[in-house]
Design a protein around this ligand. Structure first.
Ligand SMILES: [Zn+2]
Ligand SMILES: [Zn+2]
Length: 243
């Protein structure tokens, strides 16, 4: 009864989210994948951390043409290319804290849209990253229903009673773990960055949780988000938070 009432109350906020299903191998250069070898253009250097001058760890890549339809990012579907995320995992120096990599637009993080139309990738046999993670190719996506967490609901003027909040958590209405689109599972409250170009609130593209497809822990079991401007697909950000 309470559950039905609750679901009715939040029904307008339902979005689809897509959980990646992977296999343990690297894909093509232009595949959607975690780790492995990224698509780099022929004369390009592997992205380097400006703090420690070591190659950045390649976290993931999404080929826009592989992605299921995301209702809140219509404009992104008019674009082509690869969204890539590189992140410095060097602990000596500890670039993550020195560069405040939990905040969007940190300089030890590269998140970008790469145009590959008509271009050939660089042939790279082996990752130059010391301790690179083993590759996981994204084979398909499993669709699930997703709702904003209670903090984001409150920002949208939907107040839950205490009982409703309990049911909300019990049902895990906000999907945890790695996922495409949907709603962010916020740890420290709603933290969408603004687009540096137009000031618009950026939207979730991908959630990277600690120790899911990547064997990496953001702080103390933190959760990270790649966000994108709904109007400017090349404006991307990555940030994370932990409790
Ligand atoms: Zn570094
Ligand atoms: Zn913008």
């Amino acid at each position: 009864m309470l559950q039905e009432k609750l679901l009715k109350k939040i029904s307008n906020f339902a979005r689809s989210t897509f959980v990646p299903i992977t296999e343990d191998m690297d894909g093509e250069y232009d595949s959607s994948k975690f780790s492995g070898i990224p698509w780099l253009s022929q004369n390009e250097e592997w992205p380097i951390c400006p703090n420690c001058h070591k190659p950045l760890n390649f976290f993931m890549q999404l080929n826009l043409k592989d992605l299921p339809t995301m209702s809140h990012l219509a404009q992104l579907h008019d674009s082509e290319g690869l969204v890539q995320l590189f992140y410095c995992t060097n602990e000596d120096p500890h670039c993550e804290s020195e560069c405040e990599a939990f905040l969007p637009f940190s300089n030890s993080v590269v998140v970008r849209l790469v145009d590959i139309a008509g271009k050939k990738p660089q042939k790279i046999e082996e990752s130059p990253v010391v301790g690179a993670f083993s590759p996981k190719r994204i084979v398909t996506w499993e669709k699930e229903k997703d709702y904003p967490d209670y903090q984001e609901l409150a920002e949208n003027n939907v107040e839950l009673t205490e009982d409703e909040e309990d049911v909300y958590c019990e049902l895990e209405l906000t999907v945890f773990g790695d996922k495409l689109s949907g709603w962010p599972a916020w740890v420290q409250g709603v933290e969408y960055p603004n687009c540096p170009e137009c000031g618009e609130t950026m939207q979730i593209l991908f959630q990277i949780d600690s120790e899911d497809h990547l064997p990496y822990m953001f702080g103390d079991v933190g959760c990270g988000h790649i966000t994108v401007c709904p109007r400017h697909p090349h404006q991307l950000a990555f940030g994370w938070a932990c409790s």
